[in-house]
Design a protein. Sequence first.
Lengths: 283, 272, 339
Amino acid sequence: MIAISAADRRRRSIIDTIATGLIVAAGIGVIVPLFAILIFIFFKGLPALSLDLFTQNPGPTGVPGGGVKNAIVGSLVLLLLAMAMGLPLAIAAGIYLAEYGRSRLGFAIRFVVDVLAGIPSITIGIFVYTVIVLPMGRFSAFAGGVALALIMLPIVARVTEEMLLLVPQITREAAYALGVPKWRTIITVVVPGAASGIITGIVLAAARVAGEAAPLLFTALGNNFYSRDVLRPIDALPLRIFTYATGPFDYQHEQAWASAFVLVMLVLALSVLARAAIQRRAR
Amino acid sequence: MTSAAPRALHPGAGQDALAPAIVVERLTAWYGAHSAVRDVSIAFADRTVTAIIGPSGCGKSTLLRCLNRMHEVVKGARVDGRVLLGGEDVYGGAVDAAVIRTRVGMVFQRPNPFPTMSIWDNVGVGPRLLGHGGHELSDMIESALKRANLWEEVSDKLHTPAISLSGGQQQRLCIARCIAVQPEVILMDEPCSALDPASTIRIEDLMRELARDHAVIIVTHNMHQAARVSDFTAFMLADDGGGGVIEYEDTDTLFTGPKDRRTEEYVTGRFG
Amino acid sequence: MGHPTASRMLRPMQVSNTRARSDIQRPAGLFARVDARELLFRGLVTAVAIGLVLLVALMIYELAHEALPAIRKFGVGFLWSTDWNPPKERFGALPFIAGTLVTSLLALAFATAIGVGAAVFLVEFAPGWLRVPLSYTIELLAAIPSVVYGLWGVFVLGPWIQHTAGPFLLRYFAWVPFVDGPALGVGILAAVLILTIMILPTIVAISREVIAAVPRSQREGILALGATRWEMIRIAVLPYARSGVLGAAILGLARAIGETLAVALVIGNSTAIPHSIFSPAYTMASVIANQFREVENDMHRAALIYIGLLLLLITLLVNAIARALVWRVTRGQSTTVIE
């Protein structure tokens, strides 16, 4: 038997303890930033909340008061545009990947979709600027919607694929055995079967997109005035936060915190709901 | 189910007591609330091959894993009783499980070489952990591979990945890895069940060779293997209360003239 | 002599043609006509999917097209020139490339060290009841929008660096290269810290999956040789999981490279090459965000789009490598991290 020295054992034991300590520190410490951020948003944003924030538009620059109603409405408009343009395409792509894409070509397309998901949102903003804003000659909510749709696309496509793949093959085969053609099976049996999962994925993607401002910088541009016009520049909550964060006035900072509070609460609420729905289904 | 005598069972009656390598005293082992092994006492002789046989679920693997304190690696598992290695209880208060495992080694059912390491590095893991290096380490690795009857097949590719070996070779590699730390006892949990017949025979031969220097304890569901390979055999059965040793004899006696009716039924194939 | 007439010769049953269900519609022949609608549907979804691939190609094309004036004028030298003079139409991207590299790589180093540690904690140490809530909380970090990180960075992190961390570092660590100069609240350090926090969830989530996937037999194999728990992690678990963890790290890197607004708010916006961790700087993404709306001339815009093109190509490459690595480990199952 090989001799084991007690000193050696002790050394290895100490190393084990130190390593354990560091790992536990990393494990717990990793959520410290989260709490740091949430606490500040809470303590700086909550007091600055007021009814005016939601019901007033921004006043003239430099004059305290006013609100961010135009930004809230703008965010909604942009989100609706993005979903209207992006969801049908994303779901179609997801259907392709799940039902027809189990081949070499499908593999390549899936790879590209994943890579598309990683493109920085500002690059997408420049792209939409060159293909929509320049030809149109103007910034618009439409352009902003297109940019956001492009961000949503790969996320929703992959989630759709995943959810469709969860529908058991025997369900499809039951339909085939009755003579239902494949395309009809997909539309009437498979997609409805995956619907709740797909909706959850859409909610998560919407939450993500609602917080994006970079792609809007040169597409929707932002607007100090209230607008619902699809063909005019439009404001959005994250854009307004960005503008106010760099502004010189105190009221702007306060409203930035308040808006951040609203935005984060919204995004967190949507994420929590979506995750809860996933958990429930996983049981 | 309690064993017949409260003292540790020694194999056979009228046998000269061979020096015991590891002695189990009133061992009970639980997974959560379920006891897999109940009040087992048995002494395993040194420099022999002992086989533990019995139907699925009789607790033989659990008993084996208690000998090198691997049983407790599973969440919710616990143990009561004593396991004496060289006279000291491995479950004693100040005992470090990791030290025990360098004295009681284990070979698993499926070969599990470390895939990111070469053949050489795999065998060297144990000695390296114990602080050996340089020439001494090389000698230990070479010697282990030779004793595992693998040296000739791999001596020209020692630094190639371990997973490039065939199944049978991988298992011999795992045996080499185990004996590189020179344990007193070698535990083998159905070591051939994932291998083809030719590899199985080679490993069975290896077991007999290893028994010259170690106590080899194997769990097997293959009675013919037990009959071929082992000097002593223990037969286990479980009831609701857990598994226990029904009979423990030298192998010839157990298979040709078992004393317990249940042993006879098992070895003649009437059940299990 | 006749055939043996089996009195029990089986006769085929008389099949009646009047079936009860004669109202069912069936196609006329045995083989249906090729269903045009099936082809149409399939063609449609395939076209959309292929369209996505074309979209990426179009992106590269369009950006290259718009950046052409700058590409023609400055060529590849654009990448290592430090000239940035919009009125004189002289442009060079080195400060921004340097800024991006420094902030992303540093953030990657920190986030990987902490993130892999946290992943190991989750898999090997955390008690059952803590696992799900903790993973969940880490994922919540990913849901916070970039602007909000930026806002927090400007008003909380910045002052903290300026008044607390900065002086501390300057007092005890001034001997370290690049720890120098007045401790401003904006600059490289602020950007690195924010980026680290932002890419942590990615790294933790994927690392956790690959570490949990290491088979039990590997862990037991090394424990049986007398290893301590840390030795088990170091020798059997981490090497086994290494390509997956690497993929996670590279994904995190891609995210850090493309991160725009949070960085834009805390990086200080200087076109000089940073010389210390407290220097203000620029990254490729943040310079575009800050300057695009106030371009002084067409060449300025083309230069910025040139930078955008570079950014696109770099992130495409890094993402492709990362996805390939993660795929190899998880065998194509989805690790879609919705952030």
